[in-house]
Design a protein around this ligand. Structure first.
Ligand code: 16G
Ligand code: ZN
Length: 601
């Protein structure tokens, strides 16, 4: 009938791709952009439902990070700015793969019932939309918006129509086959009869072109009742950077001209543009951006943090002219950051200063500040902050040794930000980084509250901390770090500012930083297999539990190498099994990786 055809026509504009099984995966849905309109449309529904369920603002980001420019993707930011609750991922998968509009409607209703999502005519879903610079982003954003009203419209017309249709259809089916009118009454059908009264309203606000961490930051800030425009983001980062800069002891800041300049590869994406804005707000640091999206290069093509970290070569636009200068690289959506040093001769190879080393730098600095706090008379009986670091199996073994030797608690989780973030949130200060450059420093609310009280007492002179003492400065510095570094998700822009100000504080060159420890040689390979999910791992992906016998075979190979370490895991973003090997020489790491790759094949 009429309702049915309305529904069919609206969904047929966004029918799911044939023969493709979509999975929410490690970082949302990703695929060739041409396959994604239906997925983004459906994630639009998911975001609205998530907003209703949590009574909070939800983020929807359209990006495929470091993937090639023809790909795109979509992921959700939860109310606290973190990743979508893992408990909703199966629903996301089911939605994306629903073969027909009828299936889609049934799924939604079943889920709404199961989750007890309130559709009371009062609650309103609110979703912030962001996208990176990919050419497909604009059209995909429109697909997401189909379910929401725009800011002025208030109620999402299509969302409303769709739900109305959905309810009608279901009502008919349920009455006919299942005789469940009571259950349906829970959804207060009468409200749907009038177009002007919505049982559900969904408002989507387009925040424009953003880095992924900017959108996560905004969602978090909005839900905390704070100012959350892009300008607020820049203000908060730049003012906390200035605060940290002003707290550098005079005797420590011994700089030559080179040391206040960093050259940044923007991966031909969104990060470079934003970094230019941020840089213009800072006096104490010169940021030269190359490979910004407006420079005309192809996104992630021979540029960007993923390329630099995996290939260990300089990105396009960098060469021996940059030898000795501090260089950094962002990925396509600016949630990853690595540093590197270009060698004097154009050998191509670079010295990579990866996520593990960024973590180590942060750990050294924060540990020092905590020891200043603890040494200080005035706060003897107070909070002993728990500092923890979180890594994955990809962390270079030398970094783990270094951190342990500093006396730090090192924890391991599977690959993927959601796992690391969750673990880091257990500490007063939790630092997490993946070797690939994604990471941040999380401060517990109670510790931030404690720092706030302390620093206020300090400024009113009412406690034992003498003004100008190292204890006071340490408290102020940690508070500034908690404002500078993104609390929602790893953020290359805030990470870069923190690295820069710590280097200035330490008076360290990038070379000095790089000497904290020496990476063990490593090799990564990928193996195409019939079914990558046949490989099942445990212990933060360090052990294969299935297929049987594989781990024993890997152990036997690894045992042949001095300082050998090796693991395999199915990729969450590509249809491959990944192999990682480490050993005392590059040649040994290469051979180990190759022989284990054969075992997997
Ligand atoms: C995604 C993850 C990243 C992880 C990578 C692993 C997020 C936001 N990103 O990019 O953390 O390192 O996937 O990819 O979670 P893989 O499973 O293909 O090795
Ligand atoms: Zn990314």
């Amino acid at each position: 009938d009429g309702q049915q055809s309305l529904l069919l026509s609206s969904s047929s504009r966004f029918s799911p791709p044939q023969g493709v099984k979509l999975s929410y995966g490690t970082a949302g849905f990703r695929a060739d952009a041409s396959l994604l309109p239906s997925t983004v449309y459906r994630v639009g529904i998911l975001a609205a439902l998530r907003s209703l369920k949590t009574g909070s603002i939800i983020g929807l980001m359209i990006t495929a990070s470091h993937n090639k420019v023809s790909d795109n993707g979509v992921k959700i930011a939860d109310p606290n700015g973190g990743m979508l609750s893992q408990h909703w991922e199966p629903f996301a998968d089911a939605l994306a793969n629903a073969p027909s509009p009828q299936h889609l409607l049934l799924l939604i209703n079943e889920f709404v019932g199961k989750e007890g999502i309130l559709m009371d005519g009062v609650s309103q879903a609110e979703v912030l939309l962001g996208r990176d610079t990919r050419p497909s982003g604009d059209a995909l954003l429109e697909a997401a918006r189909q379910f929401h009203g725009d800011k002025c419209g208030g109620l999402g017309a299509v969302f409303m129509d769709m739900l109305k249709t959905l309810m009608m259809l279901l009502k008919a089916w349920f009455l006919k086959y299942l005789q469940l009118p009571l259950w349906l009454d829970l959804f207060a059908f009468s409200h749907y009869d009038n177009n002007t009264v919505g049982v559900v309203g969904a408002v989507a606000t387009d925040m424009g072109i953003l880095t992924t961490p900017q959108l996560h930051w905004m969602v978090r800030a909005r839900n905390k009742g704070m100012q959350a425009s892009e300008q607020d983001y820049f203000e908060q980062l730049s003012s906390s950077f200035r605060c940290l800069k002003d707290l550098i002891p005079a005797e420590k800041s011994k700089f030559d001209g080179l040391n206040n300049k960093v050259i940044v590869d923007g991966s031909n994406g969104v990060g470079g543009v934003k970094l230019k804005v941020l840089g213009s707000l800072l006096n104490a640091l010169v940021i030269e951006v190359r490979n910004s999206s407006e420079d005309g290069g192809v996104l992630n093509d021979g540029v960007g943090a993923d390329y630099v970290q995996k290939e260990k070569v300089a990105p396009h636009g960098f060469g021996s002219k940059d030898a000795g200068i501090r260089c950094a690289s962002l990925d396509g959506d600016a949630d990853r950051l690595v540093y590197f040093i270009v060698p004097p001769e154009s050998s191509g190879r670079i010295d990579l200063v990866d996520g593990d080393k960024i973590l180590s730098l942060f750990a050294v600095f924060i540990r020092e500040q905590l020891s200043f706090l603890n040494e200080n008379e005035g706060i003897k009986n107070s909070h002993q902050a728990r500092l923890g670091v979180v890594q994955t199996a990809y962390a270079n073994g030398a970094s783990t040794n270094y951190l342990k030797q500093l006396g730090l608690e090192v924890n391991f989780t599977p690959t993927g930000v959601k796992y690391l973030h969750e673990k880091a949130a257990e500490f007063d200060i939790g630092i997490y980084f993946e070797a690939n450059g994604h990471g941040t420093v999380l401060f517990s609310e109670s510790f931030v509250g404690w720092l706030e009280t302390r620093t206020k007492e300090i400024s009113s002179g009412s406690n034992g901390l003498s003004s100008g003492s190292e204890g006071k400065k340490a408290a102020l510095r940690l508070l500034a770090v908690s404002k500078l570094i993104n609390q929602a998700v790893g953020d290359a822009l805030s990470g870069l500012l923190l690295v820069e100000v710590i280097l200035q504080y330490m008076g360290w060159s990038i070379h000095r930083w790089n000497e904290l420890y020496h990476d063990l040689p490593s090799r990564q390979l990928k193996v195409k297999v019939a079914d990558r999910n046949a490989v099942i791992t445990a212990n933060a992906e360090t052990v294969v539990v299935s297929p049987p016998g594989l781990q024993e075979a890997i152990n036997a190979e690894t045992g042949k190498y001095h300082q050998g370490r090796c693991f395999v895991r199915p990729s969450g973003t590509e249809d491959v099994v990944r192999v990682y090997a480490e050993a005392s020489t590059q040649e040994a790491a290469d051979t180990l990786a190759n022989s284990v790759a054969k075992l997997v094949d």
